[in-house]
Design a protein around this ligand. Structure first.
Ligand SMILES: Cc1ncc(COP(=O)(O)O)c(C=O)c1O
Length: 419
């Protein structure tokens, strides 16, 4: 690693944020698209909650500062500022998978003459499993009613194919804003408008965009959106996910109901019939996961301070730089680009295919680099605009070059890496 600071790091307006993160000792981290790192304000927020639990016990739910009872709404307000959505159209109650089920149960109409649900062939498995099980529970065969938009020869989704898919007896679609494998960013405006034109209810899975790609939900106006908070939002392992429900659906009864979806002013009347909260809060289920939400509350302060537009700018600069380093130094190494070239077509990570991606990823880990591998041959790298440096990109590419030139003794690595 060079002792001289990389000129781009010297110029980086977000450089100060790196010190706010706990960088795993001896590691160069490129996996923030799977699990973002812990920051000081998240740690502090959890410690405060532990202190409140110690000292206030049950009164933490209602006591002024702690106010766990309204914690979900306070975090929804933070997320609404990040996504330009009305605060009462966002809630948090469980995992992204659970939110998917909530969206399906709330927005799908049994009596619609168009029974199909559309996903894409590169969907994250949970999206496919969730939709299939939902259909089965309705007595509908997924083989018939779960439609998939296929990717093209380059492994990318084409918006025109999605729009065509909307016309195939589809009433509801679950689609990724950024595809988790390739990092392809879809044209959200075009697809959302196309769905509205066909009266298809659309839910974006924004797990790979919120926190690194600006999202204006008020402008976009999808029917729903769901996203993980442990990736680019750094909320911690398994942190509670987010759910957006467009205001036009705020009067719908929740498909899945629980007592925390009640109008908070009367929740403790414990009435036999649910009187739902006014906005997306009605989609909450059980008692909020306060410790997890606390970490997220703290982590979001950093994202808000840095600003998503600035994060996007640096993220694009980092991924662009990393791509150029690959092109310049590893042109003959047998990598195939999975991520689209254009800035407005890629999310926060870069993906490359290589015959021995698995072994390469193991060899990198042995050297302290933490990229991410997805079967069968995908190497994903997500330099975080909050804590990665341009120098880290140089070091990663140099390490790959060294591994290729002098393959370590890992199963399957030496024979083919050099080809
Ligand atoms: C696009 C996408 N959706 C959903 C999930 C997972 O959801 P959950 O938090 O419920 O495991 C992931 C996890 O990586 C994801 O990438």
């Amino acid at each position: 690693m060079s002792a001289i600071m990389h000129p781009l790091d010297q110029l980086d307006p977000l450089a100060e944020y790196r010190d706010q993160f706990f960088l795993p000792p001896g590691k160069v981290y490129f996996d923030g698209n799977s699990l973002g790192l812990l920051c000081r304000s998240a740690e502090q927020a959890v410690l405060e909650t532990l202190h409140d639990w110690k000292t206030l016990a049950i009164e933490g739910w209602t006591d002024g500062e702690a106010d766990w009872f309204h914690l979900t709404e306070r975090i929804a307000a933070q997320l609404s500022r990040l996504t330009q959505a009305p605060a009462d159209s966002i809630t948090l109650t469980g995992s992204t998978t659970l939110h998917l089920h909530q969206v399906l149960a709330t927005l799908y109409r049994r009596d619609d003459s168009r029974p199909h649900i559309l996903i894409d062939s590169s969907a994250f498995p949970t999206d496919r499993y969730g939709v299939a099980s939902f259909l089965r529970n309705l007595g509908r065969d997924p083989a018939e009613h779960l439609l998939e938009v296929a990717t093209d020869d380059a492994g990318l989704l084409r918006e025109a194919d999605i729009l065509e898919g909307f016309r195939q007896g589809v009433q509801l679609a679950i689609l990724p804003s950024v595809v988790f494998t390739t990092g392809q960013l879809l044209d959200l405006a075009m697809v959302t408008a196309g769905a509205a034109e066909c009266d298809v209810r659309l839910c974006w899975d924004c797990s790979h965009s919120v926190g690194v790609v600006p999202l204006n939900l008020s402008e976009l106006q999808p029917d729903a959106a769901i996203w993980c908070t442990y990736k680019y939002l750094n909320g911690g392992p398994g942190s509670v996910a987010a759910l957006y429900l467009h205001p036009r659906w705020h009067a719908l009864r929740p498909g899945l109901a629980g007592w925390f979806g009640a109008d908070k002013s009367r929740q403790f009347r414990m009435e036999p019939e649910l009187v739902p909260a006014a906005g997306a809060g009605r989609l909450q289920l059980g008692t909020p996961h306060v410790l997890s939400l606390s970490a997220l509350r703290g982590a979001l302060q950093v994202i808000e301070a840095a600003g998503v537009d600035r994060l996007r700018r640096k993220s694009l600069q980092l991924t662009g730089y990393l791509r150029d380093q690959f092109r310049g130094r590893l042109a003959e190494a047998g990598f195939v680009w999975a991520t689209p070239e254009a800035d407005d077509r890629r999310g926060g990570h870069l993906a490359l295919r290589h015959q021995r991606a698995r072994s390469l990823s193991l060899a990198l880990r042995a050297r302290g680099f933490v990229p991410d591998f997805r079967e069968p041959d995908l190497l994903r790298m997500a330099p975080s605009p909050l804590y990665s440096r341009f120098a880290d990109c140089d070091d990663l590419v140099a390490a790959i070059g060294q591994i290729l030139a002098d393959p370590p003794d890992l199963p399957g690595l030496s024979a083919t890496l050099v080809t």
